[in-house]
Design a protein around this ligand. Structure first.
Ligand code: UDP
Length: 408
């Protein structure tokens, strides 16, 4: 079977060797050497979904690469109920700054569902446990006689967490050995060690690998996306923090000057219950120039990020926008919300644009649609920025360094 075809239909097992042409031989051998130090470690990651969202997108290549290096790395999922995920989505919203009042009954559901999961996780015998985001956070309390380090990695934009919610969750965080956040700006006033790992992408996955112009044409045609006008796109879970309504409004303003088509692609993660409501709101306010797709097709994401004249990620909060990095890797001209991780991903005016308002977004869309040369210049620098900073090999190295610290 042809490798490219297989890659589009599998998880994408891409070992470190494959990164060598991108990161250089010296970096690759340095990382191999670090892997030697933790070769016999057994690490277990726990999150709450295999489908949708950035955490899945990171854990898929990361866990596969670690195992390819001979480091036993497992990935477990906790099971939830609708009431549980509704509560954890409130935590998510509150940590991103929203005022949310959680009742004691909601907290009881949260803690009990995590306890139920804890009874069948059987983590004894591993050398490190990594818990992702707030959903499985209280697990730590049910493994009191643990010998291994427990690490909490939070991928959320923590620049302005709601104090009441943070205080409640902090009660669990304090039992961990260390916390890992996406940016130094998200550091919290806690007594445990804090590490900062910016997320990264797998450049060889179906979503990010090279595509020929004819493959892009074929894919866009299959999804009935017209290519007679320039394309503007945003690819995001249907989540209010991604500001899809702001995108539609900015697009409308831009269209007063340039004709173009907007393609909104969104999936919903199985642990995110709010997607349907947001999707309905979007559908109620679109016109004939706006296409909304809810298909889960990484090749479509790839094709759109490559073909679109402008890729938007107009978030109002964003821990770190993988979609931004994915598009930048493809040399796209990206306009991102001037918030959270996006401010570290895009250098305004150099390798993309940062915007603070719908009007600014509209102006930048028009400017980019009218200037192919500017798009190319920004895109070329964007790809280089990603190559140097945001490939999975770098995140792998961050993990090897951290785990090695616990072996000494
Ligand atoms: N994604 C996708 N299809 C969609 C929407 C999103 O494959 O319809 C992917 C996107 O390409 C990225 C991830 O989901 O890899 C979202 O990660 P990001 O950090 O941008 O946002 P999150 O969902 O974690 O808030």
């Amino acid at each position: 079977v042809e490798t490219a075809a297989l890659d589009k239909a599998t998880l994408g097992l891409h070992p470190l060797e494959q990164y060598e042409p991108l990161i250089g031989q010296a970096a690759a051998s340095r990382i191999f050497k670090k892997a030697d130090q933790v070769r016999d470690a057994h690490v277990i990651h726990v999150n709450s979904t295999f489908y949708g969202g950035g955490v899945t997108e990171i854990l898929t290549p990361l866990t596969l690469m670690m195992n390819a290096l001979g480091i036993e790395t497992g990935w477990r999922q906790i099971q939830g109920t609708p009431a549980f995920f509704s509560c954890t989505k409130k935590f998510h919203n509150a940590l991103q700054g929203e005022r949310v009042d959680l009742t004691d009954a909601e907290k009881a559901v949260y803690e009990q569902v995590v306890f139920e999961n804890a009874t069948r996780l059987h983590l004894a015998g591993c050398d490190a446990v990594v818990i992702h985001d707030p959903q499985p956070l209280p697990l730590v309390g049910h493994f009191a006689d643990r010998k291994m380090p427990w690490l909490w990695q939070c991928h959320i934009d923590l620049s302005t967490p709601n104090p009441a919610t943070w205080n409640y969750l902090r009660g669990f965080v304090d039992s961990y050995d260390a916390a890992i956040f996406s940016l130094p700006e998200y550091a919290q006033d806690i007594d445990i060690v804090q590490h900062f790992f910016t997320p990264a992408i797998n450049p060889f996955s179906a979503k990010n690998a090279e595509l020929s112009e004819s493959e892009i044409d074929e894919c866009l045609m299959r999804h009935r996306i017209p290519t007679n006008r320039p394309l503007v796109t945003q690819i995001s879970r249907f989540d209010r923090w991604k500001d899809p309504m702001g995108v539609i409004e900015a697009f409308r303003k831009a269209r007063q000057s340039v004709d173009c088509t907007l393609v909104l692609v969104g999936n919903s993660a199985t642990d995110d219950p709010e997607g349907d409501v947001i999707l309905e709101t979007i559908k109620a306010s679109i016109d004939e120039r706006v296409i909304v797709l809810t298909v889960d097709d990484p090749v479509l994401v790839n094709a759109l990020q490559r073909r679109a004249a402008v890729v938007l990620q107009k978030s109002t909060r964003e821990g770190f926008g993988l979609t931004v990095t994915e598009a930048m890797w493809k040399g796209a001209a990206v306009i991102g919300g001037n918030v959270g991780g996006i401010r570290r991903q895009i250098t305004d005016g150099k390798d993309g644009f940062l915007v603070d308002s719908i009007d600014q977004a509209a102006e930048r869309i028009v400017q980019l649609l009218q200037d192919a040369d500017l798009r190319r210049r920004l895109g070329a620098r964007a790809r280089e920025m990603v190559r140097e900073n945001f490939l999975m090999s770098r995140l792998l190295e961050d993990w090897l360094d951290l785990l090695a610290g616990y072996r000494r």
